[in-house]
Design a protein around this ligand. Structure first.
Ligand code: ANZ
Ligand code: ZN
Length: 851
């Protein structure tokens, strides 16, 4: 009998499957479709356990659906543009393309070793011209639709290297990663996509995503941030201009005691009086570097100063001071607010601090209002001190105030979204060139479709200094205008890599098309993705951008669906033990610890604190997938990952549990091999043993099928397989056809989880065709019926014996069986039965006797 040698059989099957095209997408139109997709990786160099978990989950789903008779699309590719490649070029002189393709090669080899059933013929890499050509084409679709435009926006400017930095190249203190210089803000003309045009639909359609975690939908809704309220104009004293505010509480407009402009607001210099000029300028300078989050946090002190200017509350005619303050953001609403200290938390704090008047205009009860407040009253109530609106409930008052403002032409209803347009310009090399030319005669001219792709030039210097590498290439930058032929200049910005990943799932159905972005019929056929699996870190941007691009391409008539991802599974983190010195805050490598039961810091002697944390290099708790694959093989790694925790929960790495799964696979190996080698004749019989085993087999099918439906409870599915394996092991009818059925079923159920082992044993049973082309086993309901039970007979609470009887929950019948039994006869003879306790749930009858 051969030993289970995972590394050997896994390699063999990976090769055979590739040669035989076992994982090629079936396109039989008769079959229902299923599109299973993992978020494609950034080719950083090596796979980490987070990848392994993500791809294993999707792979099991893909395999189960295949066995259930679906045609399954399960592709893989590379999100291959981005900053790390360029950083490597700057730091180590490796060309980004070389660095990227080497990493892809490395990671692909590792993926193959996991036994993932990808259709590699559909592989995409976003950095390859036959992919980014279509990214450029999609950009031009946006341009044609009026959904791409240029506008000035701030970038991070390194004054020493004279270069633009990505946010990732600026540390949390605001210094450059390379030169160490304090990073400045500089305005540049940049490209934006108008995602705000789709804000309402992106919000409404969240309701259609019934297969998404509520948490993710909530995060998206908050990001879109819809507020319903009013736009109101306050005339400025002495200027022929008005100051517009956005408010969600027009019902509080009689309580306005001051108004505030964002410091950056263009009105600020205009309303500032000469005597306040210097103070205002100094104040604005002092705000540099403060983040929006700090500026608007409710628990931070607010800073602000008066401009000397005055505005008029159009409702009361009162003159009120115009301030500037850090808690008003220029980017939101109109960049200005009306200050209502009595009813807004931040305004209350600010007014108290600056000794501005506080005027109560909403009362909790009908009638009089409290004179003084100890904190803002933000709840609904009744309008007071509000002229003609007095007495109105605030919720209705809102509409009444808006209607009145509209009739007087100084206000109207307004819906405001927090979502901003998508800034896609990057002043970097390793990205998709934005396919436009700037012509002195024609302005901004799109590169004609037939001239795509605008290729990235390869011969480039990476210094990290000065203009971006593309902007430094005179030959590349200077071109003739595609429209009029005049010497013109190429756009040198490249696109945010989130664009590359916002449409890749549309390409897989027709990945090699070199005539079109995709054949609409094919993409409409496969889309939407039935199951998308990936990390929660993509809950907002990637998913929102993908939804946006999908809706735009739908409106361009290219596709016929509204949402790209039907169901979403966000897998939990992979964690492992860390050892941390609580005094120094430093992590210690496990190899340096002498006594693992009482871990101490070898340098200081301090006791170490242990906890499970996300695997990471800096915490010394990472486990390299290759190490595990080399020792146990992919099947054990997969089984462990699936067994250890439900997919959306965090998973704690545990060597003993890995070992446990390895032992389980070894047991399966022996069980099947022994069976394969025992040439005994099958004898059909109809014993109780066979019935029990058959019930165990079909219970396993039923439970595992249920576990995989809906919630993907792989962990309990694995437990069921273990139960079935035990039942087979314990069975005394090993030469019965039922036993053969059990062995076969166990392998079929195991196939999606441990694909190599299942295939090897399948073929050992003599089957020719791959197990991965077999059908998922079906439950025989009749096998589940329990027709006999073991009835326990107790006398005075003590078990005296058992009998086999027909299954029933009928108390009288059970009592009768028990009374008639030999055991009972023996013990109750000559005694008086005082009471009989029948417990059908426990198959038990207890006789209480006396004498
Ligand atoms: C007056 C008022 C009275 C307000 C009151 C609230 C309560 P959301 O829900 O986030 O949309 N606001 C408006 N523009 C702002 C800006 N650019 N920077 C900082 N704050 C701004 O919040 C809208 C509310 O936030 C607006 O309603 C405004 O304050 C403030 F009892 O107006 B409110
Ligand atoms: Zn021109």
């Amino acid at each position: 009998e051969s030993r289970y040698n995972p590394v050997k059989i896994e390699e063999k099957w990976q090769q055979t499957w590739a040669e035989q095209g076992v994982d090629t997408t079936l396109t039989d139109p008769e079959k229902p479709k299923f599109y299973a997709l993992s978020m494609f990786p950034y080719p950083s160099g090596n796979l980490h356990m987070g990848h392994v978990r993500n791809y294993t989950i999707t792979d099991v789903i893909a395999r189960v659906y295949r066995m259930r008779g679906y045609r399954v699309l399960h592709p893989m590719g590379w999100d291959a543009f981005g900053l790390p490649a360029e950083n490597a070029a700057i730091a180590r002189g490796i060309h980004p393309a070389k660095w990227t393709y080497e990493n892809i090669g490395q990671m692909k080899a590792e993926l193959r070793r996991l036994g993932l059933s990808y259709d590699w013929s559909r592989e995409v890499a976003t950095c390859s011209p036959d992919y980014y050509r279509w990214t450029q084409w999609i950009f031009l679709q946006f341009l044609q639709a009026g959904l791409a435009y240029q506008k000035e926006a701030a970038v991070n400017w390194d004054p020493v290297d004279q270069t633009v930095l990505a946010n990732e190249q600026v540390d949390s203190e605001g210094y450059s990663w390379r030169s160490g210089a304090k990073v400045e803000r500089k305005l540049l003309k940049q490209w934006f996509l108008k995602i705000t045009d789709y804000a309402e639909e992106l919000l409404q359609d969240l309701d259609k995503l019934t297969g998404w975690p509520e948490r993710v939908k909530l995060m998206q809704a908050n990001w879109i941030g819809k507020s319903v309220g009013a736009y109101l104009e306050f005339p400025i004293v002495g200027l022929d201009e008005k100051m517009a505010v956005f408010t969600t509480r027009p019902d509080t407009v009689y309580g306005v005691t001051y108004v505030v402009l964002a410091p950056e607001h263009p009105l600020t210099p205009k309303v500032t009086t000469p005597d306040r000029q210097q103070a205002v300028t100094e104040f604005i300078q002092s705000l540099e570097g403060e983040s929006d989050i700090d500026r608007t946090a409710e628990d931070k002190p607010k800073r602000g100063i008066p401009t000397g200017g005055q505005a008029i509350n159009p409702f009361t005619g009162e003159e009120i001071p115009i301030w500037i303050a850090d808690y008003v953001l220029y980017e939101y609403g109109t960049g200005a607010v009306m200050g209502v200290p009595a009813h807004d938390v931040r305004d209350f704090q600010f007014a108290t601090q600056q000794q501005l008047p506080i005027k109560v205009v909403i009362s909790p009860t009908q009638g009089e209002a409290p004179e003084r407040l100890s904190e803002a009253y933000t709840e609904p109530g009744y309008m007071v001190n509000s002229g003609m609106f007095n007495g109105a409930p605030s919720t209705q008052g809102k509409q009444a105030v808006i209607d009145y403002a509209q009739s007087q032409r100084y206000g109207k209803a307004r819906v405001q979204y927090r979502l901003r347009d998508w800034l896609i310009s990057r002043q970097r090399y390793w990205g998709v060139p934005i396919p436009v030319v700037h012509c002195p005669n024609c302005g901004t001219v799109p590169v004609p479709d037939e001239q795509l792709p605008v290729r990235l030039p390869e011969d480039v210097e990476f210094t990290g200094k000065g203009k971006s590498p593309l902007a430094q290439l005179e030959d590349w930058v200077n071109v003739d205008c595609p429209t009029c032929g005049t010497p013109a200049k190429r756009e040198t910005d490249t696109m945010d890599t989130f664009i590359d990943s916002s449409w890749y799932f549309l390409r897989y159905p027709d990945a090699k098309n070199d005539k079109a972005v995709f054949d609409s019929a094919k993409t409409n056929d496969w889309m939407p993705v039935d199951q998308y699996v990936g990390g929660i870190e993509h809950a907002i941007l990637h998913l929102l951008y993908s939804r946006f691009v999908t809706k735009v391409l739908r409106d361009r008539g290219l596709i016929n669906f509204d949402e790209p991802f039907q169901r979403l599974l966000t897998q939990g983190m992979v964690q492992a033990l860390t050892y941390k010195n609580p005094n120094t805050g430093k992590y210690v490598r496990v190899e340096q610890i002498e006594d693992i039961n009482q871990p101490t810091d070898p340098n200081t002697g301090d006791s170490l604190v242990t906890s499970y944390e996300k695997m990471s290099k800096s915490k010394y708790n990472g486990i390299a997938p290759l190490t595990v694959l080399g020792k146990y093989g992919a099947d054990t790694a997969r089984m462990f990952i699936l067994f250890k925790a439900p997919p959306e929960k965090d998973l704690e790495w545990d060597d003993a549990d890995v070992e446990g799964q390895f032992r389980f696979l070894n047991r399966v190996w022996r069980l099947v091999m022994e069976f394969a080698e025992s040439a005994s004749e099958a004898e059909a019989a109809n014993t109780k043993d066979e019935k029990d085993l058959r019930r165990a087999i079909h219970t396993a099918i039923k439970e595992i099928t249920d576990d995989l439906e809906g919630d993907y409870q792989f962990n309990t599915a694995v437990s069921e397989m273990m139960k079935l394996s035990n039942a087979l092991n314990d069975a005394s009818c090993k030469s019965s056809p039922v036993y053969a059925e059990g062995i076969k079923t166990l392998l079929l159920l195991l196939a999606p989880f441990a694909p190599h082992l299942a295939e090897e044993l399948w073929q050992a049973l003599g089957y020719q065709e791959s197990i991965h082309r077999q059908s998922w086993p079906l439950v025989d309901e009749s096998a589940l019926v329990v027709d006999e039970i073991t009835l326990v007979i107790q006398i005075m609470g003590k078990t005296r014996g058992t009998i086999e009887v027909s299954a029933t929950e009928d108390r009288a019948l059970l009592e009768q069986y028990a009374r008639d039994s030999e055991v009972a006869q023996r013990y109750i003879e000559g005694k008086e039965v005082k009471k009989v306790i029948v417990v059908p749930k426990r198959n038990l009858v207890n006789f209480v006797v006396s004498g």
